[in-house]
Design a protein around this ligand. Sequence first.
Ligand SMILES: Nc1ncnc2c1ncn2[C@@H]1O[C@H](COP(=O)(O)OP(=O)(O)OP(=O)(O)O)[C@@H](O)[C@H]1O
Ligand SMILES: [Mg+2]
Length: 445
Amino acid sequence: MTPAVAAAAAGTSMPALEQTCDGLLARCFSDFEEATLHAAQEFGRDALAQGLGVLDLVELHNRLLARHVSTHAAAGADLVAPLEAAGRVLAQCLMPFEMVHRGLRNAHSALRFSEDRYQEIFENANDAIFTTDLSGRITSMNRAAEELSGYTRNEVLSQKLTSLLAPNAAPGARRRRHLRFGLPEDQGRYVVDIVTRDRRRVPVEVSTRRVYDRGRLVGLQGIARDITDRRNAESALRYINNGLEEKAKRIAHGLHDEAGQLLASVYLRVAEIGTELSPKDRRRLEGLRQLLDQVDEQLRRLSHELRPSVLDELGLVPACQLLAEGVGKRGAVKITVSGTTRGRLAPDVEIALYRVVQEAFNNVVRHAHARNVHVKIERIGRRLRGHVRDDGSGFDTTRIAHRVASRGLGLIGMSERLVAVGGRLEVTSRPGHGTSVDFELSLEG
Ligand SMILES: Nc1ncnc2c1ncn2[C@@H]1O[C@H](COP(=O)(O)OP(=O)(O)OP(=O)(O)O)[C@@H](O)[C@H]1O
Ligand SMILES: [Mg+2]
């Protein structure tokens, strides 16, 4: 007797099961009919539900059958038909077991299929994928990770992942900890430098997530992408932008100094002429002088906006406030600027953000017919983010994105300015619902 049968026999359920089985076999020897087979399947389901195994059931069936056979053999009965019926009863009893087994087999092969697919995707992904255990040791990596690092799997399996990081991949401690534990705040992306087998330092963008096995944290999975090309493109963009800024500076100085000088001479000549005129003509000349004041004011503003010295002197928010004042007057729109950068930012970041806000203002004046514009700039930890929101006409962003021939450069330029300093830009707009230009960048490395 198997343990399950013995245990069940000792319990309360077995007598009932045994009785049913005995009844089924009795019918094989007397009034066997198709209904007996249905009852046998029912019995198999009950046996399965009560925890009997296939062997338990077969053993029970055989033991009871032996009893019936010996009784009927002694009476000289023909045993061929009853034995055949008993065989069919057993097959029906086992049917529920067979169905469970088939289900398991299907589930197993589905699982194997999905594992194979995962393995295939893992292996053929263009990005480097790796997993680590909780102590940060590498437990697997794909072909792309081998190519990226120059190490074979066998060389790095069980090594600490952090041993691949560049020694002073700033700010090391935090990123290393994140790489080890995949902390929740870490589910965004961040950049670290790794050192390859041939001692090259390669910048990679990594995103990590925690890996659980039946609810238990078992490690980390990371996807890493070589961003050398992106870095090069960013520094090329920075180079171009710096050149543009230099030009803007020269034009601003030209406007301010040379045009300013010329204007000063015009003022002097006007004053000189004034002394020679009658009071009536002097009043007319006064009108001309007021016009010159406006030109002077506009020149000053333009030269400031081209290369705002207030940006160099006081920083981003005051420079945006001054710009807002000028644009507000020219464009008859109310612009408010709020927020703080909590201290000065790197000069290239300040100028990039200033240019983004400036182009957003240009668009508001040229396209939005807005009444109100709000600029917000805020710093949260190491991230700086902000927006320029207007309540103007709005536009269909997808249509603009697909416009090739008459495409403006403003939005593209804004985005490139930000990319060059490691940030990103998002423009949200809908006809009739205003426009929001949102930007964000990380202030580290
Ligand atoms: N704030 C806004 N309100 C309404 N429409 C806008 C706004 N900003 C941009 N647009 C729409 O998006 C288009 C593209 O803007 P973008 O700044 O790229 O080009 P542009 O202003 O037309 O030309 P450029 O900036 O090169 O002088 C604009 O032509 C306009 O239709
Ligand atoms: Mg524009």
